[in-house]
Design a protein around this ligand. Structure first.
Ligand SMILES: CC(C)(COP(=O)(O)OP(=O)(O)OC[C@H]1O[C@@H](n2cnc3c(N)ncnc32)[C@H](O)[C@@H]1OP(=O)(O)O)[C@@H](O)C(=O)NCCC(=O)NCCS
Length: 439
């Protein structure tokens, strides 16, 4: 603690609080390859997973076992067999699959059970649930090659997994599935993770990959992609490494089938999950179906996010303080811009029955997101809503932003021009300027 800058710590902790709030109760599927389990940093990764569990996030961890199977085959003097990039699992390989899956799973369970006083998980008790949640079917014979015990996901027992998540357990899935005939199949762990995320309608699929994230040709990291943009990138020859392309493909598949967001993260960065989930811009590449920013009507669940946005401006006196109750009552008047689960902008349209005027109030953008026309987008949206409601004039009261409004068609006016109901609550001590725009 001696080296910790208290100011930076407090700023960081406050900065992460909206994310703690927004992730609670959400379902995340985390995928890592068998390489992660073989790495000395695996314990730290599992500590971070334990921390996420303690913050009320519903977690499914899917792990691969490819290097562990290969090592076992080698120890037996057997050759790993692949056809078209897929393992052919014969009897010997199946023995190795069972051993590898069992060993890695037990190691994960042990690390998640660690309660040592000096570990980050001191005092927490985490239950791990694993079991026959994945129903498999054989890949069968392809190009004349019998894949034997190599299988595909047939179904995920989403109900069973949900029951375990409801109890607060961390669910661990291996690259193994069982058929209704009682056979064991070796599956691709990425496929298990994707199928589980889709079946659970997960909020996030977090893919921990063995490479740095996606970059643009100039080397700059790509932080967000829509599924359409991601497809474009896949179609571009040489744009992606052979390691990343399959991961981006499953990310697209998951998003197109109901998973809200998929993230590609470099597993080798210490604390990568925490950096991605609790900092504003993250460290990986986020894939989502729609543009990940949306302007939409506010809901009561947005009230904490809106309050968080308004507070600094209320403290500075730029905005009149609004209570939580008042926001909740007026929530239908508000529009918000949501960016990856966080409210970064808002504006309200208040109506005055019996008049042709509406008030544009509470127009705010988070300081990190100003100057990119979001304010204008919100204004245009509110103007559209006002017109649709049959209003002819929009007014705004402001102490410090009059010029912003004037540059966008608002004219200076007097308090006397306001609807009577608004005049009655006008605060002369605030002495706000009145601006009116004809729609
Ligand atoms: C005013 C505000 C909503 C604009 O949001 P935004 O997304 O940055 O807006 P836009 O990108 O559409 O416009 C940016 C332009 O407005 C200008 N601007 C920002 N604040 C201004 C102000 N107080 N007065 C005059 N111009 C201002 C910027 O300098 C920029 O102009 P430039 O491109 O010529 O440099 C945002 O700055 C904000 O949240 N401010 C604090 C809250 C506030 O004052 N709200 C008004 C409620 S009364």
């Amino acid at each position: 603690m001696a080296h910790l800058d208290p100011v930076a710590f407090v700023r960081w902790f406050r900065g992460s609080s909206p994310y703690i709030h927004s992730h609670r109760g959400k379902t995340f599927v985390i995928y890592c390859g068998g390489e992660a389990a073989a790495d000395p940093g695996f314990a730290s990764l599992l500590h971070d997973i334990a921390l996420l569990n303690s913050l009320g996030i519903r977690l499914v961890l899917v792990h691969g076992i490819r290097p562990q199977i290969d090592a076992r085959l080698q120890a037996r003097g057997a050759q790993a067999q692949y056809h078209a990039g897929l393992r052919v699992t014969d009897r010997t390989a199946l023995e190795c699959v069972k051993e590898a899956a069992g060993t890695v799973r037990v190691e994960i369970e042990a690390l998640l059970s660690m309660g040592l006083a000096n570990s980050p998980m001191a005092g927490s008790r985490i239950r791990v649930a694993s079991g026959n949640f994945v129903v498999a079917k054989p890949v069968g014979v392809r190009d004349g090659v019998d894949f034997q015990h190599t299988g595909e996901v047939r179904r995920i027992d989403a109900e069973g997994i949900r029951a375990a998540l409801d109890r607060g357990d961390v669910v661990v899935l291996s690259a193994v599935g069982y058929s209704p005939t009682g056979e064991i199949f070796n599956l691709r762990s990425e496929q298990v993770a994707t199928a589980a995320a889709i079946a659970l309608r997960a909020d996030k699929l977090l893919l921990l990959v063995e490479e740095g994230g996606l970059t643009r040709p100039d080397g700059a990291p790509i932080r967000q992609l829509t599924t359409g943009e991601a497809r474009g990138l896949l179609a571009e020859a040489g744009a992606l490494s052979p390691e990343l392309a399959p991961h981006l493909t499953v990310a697209i598949q998951a998003c197109e089938q109901g998973v809200k967001r998929a993230h590609l993260l470099d597993r080798r960065i210490d604390g990568v999950l925490l950096l991605e989930l609790f900092t504003r811009d993250g460290v990986g590449t986020l894939v989502s179906l729609a543009p990940f920013e949306s302007l939409r009507p506010a809901q009561v669940q947005d009230v904490p996010g809106i309050l968080e946005l308004l507070l600094p401006l209320e403290r500075k006196g730029v905005l009149v303080p609004r209570s939580r109750e008042r926001l909740e009552t007026d929530i239908d008047d508000y529009r918000v811009i949501e960016r990856d689960g966080t409210i970064i902008g808002c504006a309200a349209l208040h109506r005055f029955p019996g008049t042709d005027m509406g008030e544009l109030a509470c127009l705010v953008l988070h300081p990190d997101y100003r100057g990119e026309k979001r304010g204008e987008r919100l204004l245009a949206h509110i103007e559209g809503a006002a017109r649709a409601a049959g209003l002819q004039r929009l007014f705004a009261l402001t102490t410090q932003t009059a010029h912003w409004f004037r540059e966008r068609g608002f004219e200076p006016a007097d308090v006397a021009d306001l609807p009577e109901a608004r005049r009655a609550v006008y605060n002369p001590r605030r002495n706000s300027k009145v601006l009116i725009k004809r729609l």
